[in-house]
Design a protein around this ligand. Structure first.
Ligand SMILES: [Zn+2]
Length: 220
């Protein structure tokens, strides 16, 4: 055990067992976890939007699904650390040739934020930024409350998010940004946020989530 393990002990968020500082889960709990490939994917299945700019460490299944649901809906904000560190490590590997000026996150509307009291994507983004020594800034705001995305069809999701995301004063023209969210399903939310950043003068936007699901499983 090295000195960092003693100074900053880490425990498995599933079973509570002590784990090495480089792990997010213990060996036992991480065994059934479905790791996503360490590569970049297009954000959506739209053939006109085929730029490989998205990555996630995990598939949205099993323990990861349970942990993300507990994080988001049962206020288990302590899960931001292991999940955010897994994202940070994945980002360091998969985006190793990209030099980011800023990490940002998918914003929540003021009403939704008041209801939940935290933005899970912001908490994850902060761990990603801090671990990789990049600044984290709120580059986007959600200007109207929209119906929950998962209650809508793909086409309705598109319309629902039109104009919902607006840039803040913190956007820097010509910058390269890493946009974080908790889960990617269709990629619609991330795509709208990316487009809002590009329209505001950001040069390049890459996207990172904790988990990605197949396009046909929209049941979370
Ligand atoms: Zn465990």
């Amino acid at each position: 055990m090295n000195v960092l393990d003693c100074l900053y002990p880490r425990v498995c968020p599933v079973c509570g067992k002590r784990i090495p500082i480089t792990s997010s889960f213990c060996a036992c709990c991480s065994q059934p976890i479905k790791h996503a490939p360490c590569e970049l994917f297009p954000l959506t299945d739209d053939p006109l939007d085929n730029f490989d700019c998205f990555a996630a460490p995990y598939y949205y299944d099993g323990i990861i699904r349970q942990q993300l649901l507990a994080f988001k809906f049962q206020n288990k904000t302590s899960l931001a650390k292991p999940l955010g560190l897994a994202m940070a490590e994945h980002a360091a590997a998969v985006f190793c040739t990209v030099s980011f000026d800023c990490v940002t996150f998918v914003p929540m509307s003021e009403d939704d934020l008041r209801e939940r009291s935290f933005n899970q994507s912001a908490l994850l983004a902060q761990w990603v930024a801090q671990t990789n020594f990049i600044q984290c800034s709120a580059l986007l705001q959600k200007v109207k409350t929209t119906p929950k995305q998962h209650t809508l069809s793909v086409n309705e999701r598109m319309q629902n998010l039109d104009q919902a995301f607006q840039p803040t004063d913190l956007v820097q023209t010509g910058s390269t940004v890493l946009l974080c969210d908790d889960i990617k399903t269709t990629g619609t939310t991330l795509r709208r946020c990316r487009d809002a950043l590009l329209n505001a003068g950001v040069k390049e936007v890459y996207c990172l989530t904790c988990a990605m699901s197949a396009y046909d499983s929209l049941d979370f």
